[in-house]
Ligand binder design. Structure first.
Ligand SMILES: C[S@@+](CC[C@H](N)C(=O)[O-])C[C@H]1O[C@@H](n2cnc3c(N)ncnc32)[C@H](O)[C@@H]1O
Length: 291
């Protein structure tokens, strides 16, 4: 008798876009472009991320490390926030999905070694544990509360080497006014120079903004379907980059649904997923009933 056929069921392979988070195509490309350009220019330095969630942006940052460089990520993960407002933010947006071990598993699906992980409020980094001037790129994407973001910008400034880049998430969303306040305060009173604005992120430097803009403009973004514009703020040039959204009705259905899920804030996203799930269950029940 022939041996019974055995089959092994493998779980679906994790893709970078399969990692939950709020790190979208235009910023993936802009991060990759700036970091690759730094590498091509022989620039060395560490990379720092404040606010990592499940690793969607950290995995990309890790792609660009050269031997001897270090990625440090700082997140509360599943530990307690230090104040009530931050605790409320955590409960509302991240608690149900976020654990340090889930981040580690995601990161290790793409890299051989974990980054340095600081599981603590980002204010812990104000103690100087990141050597001054050691970083070439800092991504600030942790709490959205003004006091925290203002502190995070201070950490970034101390950590960055001359001409290093800082990227600040959610600088213009209706639900994150504290981030906007901290970002523009840093610009008008702290010497931060805008380089690039995308729909989600502000890119700036305390060094030479025009040099960073030349790096961005060395790529022909328009021929790749992006829209790239120039603006000026108080006589200083700032670039704007985005991917045009296709007119309603021209998106393939699954893509438009994914876009909606991607662009909504986390709380709304969860509610939206529940509604979609309920709709799917109702359709399935109807299909069974009607044979
Ligand atoms: C928007 S998510 C980060 C998203 C991630 N960068 C990505 O691209 O998917 C914000 C993260 O900041 C963390 N966070 C919130 N407040 C924090 C604080 N005070 N200190 C450290 N991490 C904090 C949350 O745990 C959450 O993981």
């Amino acid at each position: 008798m022939p041996a019974a056929a055995t089959s092994t069921v493998h779980p679906p392979r994790l893709t970078r876009d399969g990692i939950p988070g709020w790190f979208f195509k235009v910023d993936q490309e802009a991060f990759g472009h700036f970091l690759s350009a730094q590498n091509e220019a022989g620039r060395t330095g560490d990379i720092l991320e404040l606010g990592t969630y499940l690793g969607r942006s950290a995995v990309l940052l890790g792609d660009h490390l050269k031997p001897g460089e270090q990625l440090t990520v700082c997140d509360l993960f599943d530990s307690e926030a230090g104040d009530a407002d931050n605790a409320a933010e955590m409960t509302m947006s991240y608690r149900k999905t976020l654990t340090r071990s889930a981040f580690e598993a995601n990161y290790l699906a793409f890299h051989a070694r974990l980054p340095v992980i600081v599981q603590a409020p980002t204010s812990a980094l104000a103690d100087g544990r990141i050597p001054a001037g050691s970083c070439r790129f800092v991504h600030v994407d942790a709490s959205h509360l003004y006091e925290h973001v203002a502190g995070d910008i201070g950490v970034a400034r101390a950590a960055l080497a001359e001409d290093g880049l800082v990227v600040l998430d959610d600088y213009r969303s209706e639900h994150t006014p504290g981030v906007s306040a901290a970002v523009w305060q840093a610009v008008f009173t702290g010497g931060l120079r805008p380089v690039l604005l995308t729909p989600m992120k502000f890119y700036g430097t305390w060094g030479d903004a025009e040099a960073a803009q030349r790096v961005l403009l060395s790529r022909d973004w328009r021929s790749e379907g992006y829209s790239l514009d120039e603006d000026s703020i108080a006589d200083a040039r700032v670039l704007r980059l985005k991917r045009p959204v296709r007119p309603a009705g021209t998106q393939p259905r699954s893509a438009s649904r994914r876009l909606a899920l991607d662009l909504l804030p986390p709380v709304a996203t969860r509610a939206t997923r529940r509604v979609l799930q309920a709709l799917r269950s109702r359709r399935a029940a109807e299909a069974v009933r009607t044979g």
